[in-house]
Design a protein around this ligand. Structure first.
Ligand code: APR
Length: 258
């Protein structure tokens, strides 16, 4: 028996989500791929081209903050030049429909590109930070002093604050802790949800990758959308082989009214 037919899976996913009372959507880089933002681990992905140890660790920043900021300046200019795609908008539509029928809806993203916010999603948990925020080097993700930092392109590299102190991107690098309040809220939502959408993630980076298993242990239906199979696919309730920009609008359309 071959692969299930995506259209019937999309209808089934819409049926499950329309009946859900506590919905979580977990997203990764794949949801922004159709906007032109490269993913990390696909062919031609960022980690295919760039050495993660020289760009996305606190040690790399400590040894050469200008080099790291040059790379983030390039990524900020790229992210600024793109728009959310139908996948982002469909997730925001699903949130509105969930709220309209009295359900809760939490969007947990690993993405730092701010495209969910631009597409109109409201209840968003940014696990790995946001590319348009910065804080003082030497401070943690939960410390005060996280500020919006929209200068693009950067006028000075590395950027300094008004007292001449070094700024760092408010992003979670490898080996760093996630913002405590954000990961706690994500755990809370995942363990109590009755339906979870998992969109555009290889599901290999923890603690984010644990969230679908928390949902499954809680008895929730887990609906994966990814053109390729992932670590999670065999455990998921439904695993749809499709691009999110194509599948999500169909699911959103299949769920009741706003
Ligand atoms: N629609 C849906 N999924 C897609 C699409 C698409 N159009 N294009 C690619 N994908 C899938 C790929 O098949 C892959 O499984 O998106 C996934 C992207 O995986 P990664 O590049 O590993 O990105 P992600 O899972 O978000 O990475 C997690 O790792 O590098 C760190 O902090 C970074 O947040 C990131 C984390």
């Amino acid at each position: 028996m071959g692969e299930p037919e995506p259209n019937s899976q999309i209808a089934e996913a819409a049926r499950i989500l329309a009946g859900a009372k506590r919905v979580v959507a977990l997203t990764g880089a794949g949801v922004s791929a159709e906007s032109g933002v490269p993913t990390f681990r696909d062919k031609d992905g960022l980690w295919d081209k760039y050495d993660v140890t020289t760009l996305a660790t606190p040690e790399a920043f400590e040894s050469d903050p200008a080099f790291v900021w040059k790379w983030y300046d390039w990524r900020r200019q790229m992210v600024k030049s793109v728009e959310p795609n139908p996948g982002h908008f469909a997730l925001a539509e699903m949130e509105r429909k969930a709220v309209a029928r009295g359900a809760t809806y939490t969007l947990v993203t690993q993405n730092i590109d701010n495209l969910h916010n631009i597409a109109g999603s409201k209840n968003v948990l940014e696990l790995h930070g946001n590319i348009w925020k910065a804080r003082l080097w030497g401070t943690g993700p939960d410390d005060v002093g996280v500020r919006e930092f929209l200068e693009c392109p950067l006028e000075r590299i590395p950027p300094l604050d008004e007292h001449g102190r070094l700024l760092r991107p408010h992003i979670v690098w490898f080996g760093e802790m996630l913002p405590a309040a954000v990961i706690e809220a994500a755990h809370f939502a995942a363990t109590r949800c009755d339906a979870m959408l998992v969109v555009g993630t290889a599901n290999v980076v923890y603690p984010a990758a644990a969230l679908p298993y928390m949902a499954l242990r809680g008895g929730a239906a887990v609906i994966e959308i990814n053109p390729g199979a992932t670590e999670l696919s065999s455990a998921a309730t439904i695993s749809i082989r499709a691009n999110s920009g194509e599948a999500l609008p169909g699911i959103a359309a299949g769920i009741g009214f706003e």
